[in-house]
Design a protein around this ligand. Structure first.
Ligand SMILES: CC(C)(COP(=O)(O)OP(=O)(O)OC[C@H]1O[C@@H](n2cnc3c(N)ncnc32)[C@H](O)[C@@H]1OP(=O)(O)O)[C@@H](O)C(=O)NCCC(=O)NCCS
Length: 138
């Protein structure tokens, strides 16, 4: 069974299933990943209660008044297709339901996934500083 945990207080490098940041050429280390989770305004972890390991997550950054941004959602490949990504997103959108602007960026092939959860398509702008894809140095 998958359980959903709304904090990342006690996670360690051993807490994570293999496979996060799939396809990233220069991914954050697990230690940096933990800092990302712990620095986020909101985080929801999906944990396999059989293994005790985190198999998926979503985070949000927010001013907690008007705006929130969902930068990351991922389910490790071996756990995809079981409804975990949908559940994580629904739970995060519910946490943010009193926030006026809830934004995220995604590739076109994921727009239907988010549209099915009540979001609508938009246009945006971005910068990616690829030299820092693994995270800003402390
Ligand atoms: C996107 C992602 C989080 C989906 O997680 P998942 O646990 O495999 O998805 P679910 O099993 O919850 O799928 C829920 C529904 O969305 C559908 N779906 C999944 N991926 C989809 C996609 N790329 N496009 C459209 N629909 C999709 C599923 O078919 C399912 O439909 P159903 O409810 O009718 O059965 C996962 O594929 C992933 O981690 N991808 C790599 C990272 C990524 O792209 N993250 C998003 C960044 S914006």
């Amino acid at each position: 069974m998958i359980i959903y945990q709304e904090h990342a207080h006690h996670v360690t490098e051993a807490s994570f299933e293999n496979g996060f940041f799939d396809g990233w050429p220069n991914p954050p280390s697990i230690a940096t990943f933990i800092r990302i989770l712990q620095n986020s305004t909101h985080v929801i972890l999906a944990v396999d209660d059989q293994t005790g390991r985190v198999v998926g997550f979503i985070n949000a950054l927010s001013d907690q008044i008007l705006t929130a941004y969902i930068p990351l959602l991922e389910v490790v490949p071996s756990y995809q297709g079981r409804g975990i990504g949908k559940e994580l997103t629904q739970r995060m959108l519910d946490k943010l339901k009193e926030i006026y602007m809830v934004d995220l960026l995604c590739d076109p092939d994921l727009q239907d996934f988010y549209a099915n959860l009540g979001m609508r398509k938009a246009q945006g702008m971005l910068i990616r500083n690829y030299a820092h894809q693994s995270g800003k140095l402390e």
